[in-house]
Design a protein around this ligand. Structure first.
Ligand code: NI
Length: 168
């Protein structure tokens, strides 16, 4: 396993449509291992292959409740419902955050690292992470959904408000 370098906004890898995985080989397993390790080291919620310069439809999402690393190969969102509004950021756009609307529940179909198809569901933060990471595979970034990046002051206010709500 190895840490990979996360590319930043402006790198052309982040604007490309990624190709599907066709071979579920040791090369893919290495990529998934590295994505997971890099995500944990960066303390993020999800990481997509193009963020480490690999233009393949692969991403990992950390389930914050179970601490399970969910590996998604060739993922597709097959159903979504509800709506949530919340804070979103991206490891490739450090320091920038926005309040975005996302569906509150999503259902995803994907393949595991051995090529076995499966479906999974996410709600709340997990649904947000699935939407965010899968968009990366089509060359899209969360900032395309907003025209307002929070100022430092707005971010502080939002986080303080969230903390108050958690304590209630
Ligand atoms: Ni991102």
């Amino acid at each position: 396993m190895a840490l990979r370098k996360i590319v930043l906004q402006g790198d052309e890898c982040l604007n490309k449509v990624c190709r599907p995985v066709t071979e579920f080989n040791p090369h893919l397993h290495q990529l998934l291992d590295d994505l997971g390790e890099t995500l944990l080291a960066a303390d993020g919620a999800g990481l997509a292959a193009p963020q480490v310069g690999v233009l393949r439809r692969v991403c990992v999402v950390l389930d914050e409740d179970t601490r399970e690393m969910i590996e998604l190969v060739n993922p597709k969102i097959i159903a979504e419902s509800g709506e949530q509004e919340g804070l979103e950021g991206c490891l490739s756009i450090p320091g920038k955050y926005a309040i975005l609307k996302r569906p509150n529940q999503v259902r995803v179909s994907a393949f595991d690292r051995h090529g076995k198809p499966f479906e999974t569901e996410g709600e709340g933060l997990l649904a947000r992470a699935f939407c965010h990471e899968i968009e990366h595979l089509d060359g899209h970034l969360f900032i395309e959904h907003t025209n307002h990046i929070l100022t430092d002051q707005e971010l502080d206010q939002y986080l303080a408000q969230e903390e108050r709500e958690e304590q209630q």
